[in-house]
Design a protein around this ligand. Structure first.
Ligand SMILES: NC(=O)c1ccc[n+]([C@@H]2O[C@H](COP(=O)([O-])OP(=O)(O)OC[C@H]3O[C@@H](n4cnc5c(N)ncnc54)[C@H](OP(=O)(O)O)[C@@H]3O)[C@@H](O)[C@H]2O)c1
Length: 271
């Protein structure tokens, strides 16, 4: 049996391996000795240590082609990290249904397409690990990012159901909710064509708070270390929150505080 540093050599697929958190995961996991395939919509040549394949997670044929290529080369996929995703900004009223659908097609259905492509092989072998990169934002309806919160909350709910469904097949499903990390996610957020006059001032203030957040200085390598631990762990937890203490505390505060009191805190944060 091949051995990576600290365990078995896994064949790992990381969607969105071309940038940010996914790129850091590809670098870390390949340095540990795993056989890593990252993906991007228009990948350039393979970086050193791992492969980059073309995959658009909003296109089933593209997902199946990339998964097929890995299976042909390696004969199996042990671990999938569903990391590719997009942000969105804009008041709920300003986001038109087409834009919201574009986001859901990537953040909710993209990971679903990838799961459907890899699960037949994992079920046959009665083993596999799927790690879903959600967000701490899934826990709250964040103002001016309502559809981002909603997309990650939707991802978490079907993931929860799938975890129970896959347990009899020996397949482990783990949710990871990162806080803010230094990546290019802010630049690629979807945006409505027009920000309504009614929201403009508050929206701009909230975006200034968000984009100025010191938390965005966190190194993606921190998250990739957690992913490496999850893969190695024989009994991973159902959910990992990799966020600043205050963000993790907010999840608890939402459970404990009366609704209006918690939402006053949220509004104040973005003023
Ligand atoms: N950074 C944060 O603070 C943070 C916090 C919480 C959660 N997250 C989540 O972490 C994940 C990674 O985000 P990031 O911060 O690393 O952002 P990023 O630097 O913008 O990277 C996003 C990745 O997703 C890929 N991607 C986007 N749309 C895609 C599509 N339709 N098909 C295939 N790949 C697609 C991009 O690849 P190409 O553009 O090359 O195709 C890129 O590799 C996302 O799911 C995000 O929601 C990030």
């Amino acid at each position: 049996m091949d051995m990576a540093q600290g365990g078995y050599v896994n064949v790992v697929l990381v969607t969105g391996g071309s940038s940010g958190l996914g790129k850091a995961m590809c670098e870390r996991l390949s340095a540990l000795g795993h056989r890593v395939y990252g993906t991007g919509r228009k990948p350039e040549q393979d970086p050193s240590g791992y492969h980059l394949l073309a995959m658009d997670i909003s296109d089933s044929a593209s997902v199946e082609k990339a998964v097929g290529e890995i299976l042909q080369r390696e004969g199996r996929i042990d671990v999938v990290v569903n990391n590719a995703g997009l942000g969105i900004q804009g008041a709920v009223e300003d986001v038109d249904p087409e834009l919201a659908l574009r986001l859901f097609d990537v953040n909710v259905l993209g990971a679903h397409r990838v799961c459907r492509a890899v699960l037949p092989g994992m079920r046959t072998r009665k083993q596999g690990t799927i790690v879903q990169i959600s967000s701490i934002a899934a826990n709250f309806g964040l103002p001016y990012r309502g559809f981002y919160s909603a997309s990650k909350a939707a991802l978490d709910r079907w993931t929860e159901a799938m975890r129970v469904e896959l347990k009899p097949f020996g397949i482990r499903v783990v949710t990871v909710q990162p806080g803010e990390f230094r990546t290019r996610i802010a630049d690629s957020r979807l945006r409505p064509q027009r920000i309504g006059e009614a929201y403009l001032e508050r929206y701009e203030k909230a975006m200034a708070v968000l984009n100025g957040s010191l938390h965005y200085s966190r190194d993606p390598a921190e998250l990739s270390a957690v992913i490496a631990r999850i893969i190695r762990d024989p009994r991973p937890r159902t959910i990992y929150r990799v966020a600043q203490g205050v963000q993790k505390l907010s999840v608890l505060a939402k459970k404990l505080l009366p609704g209006h009191a918690f939402e006053r805190m949220v509004a104040k944060h973005y003023e």
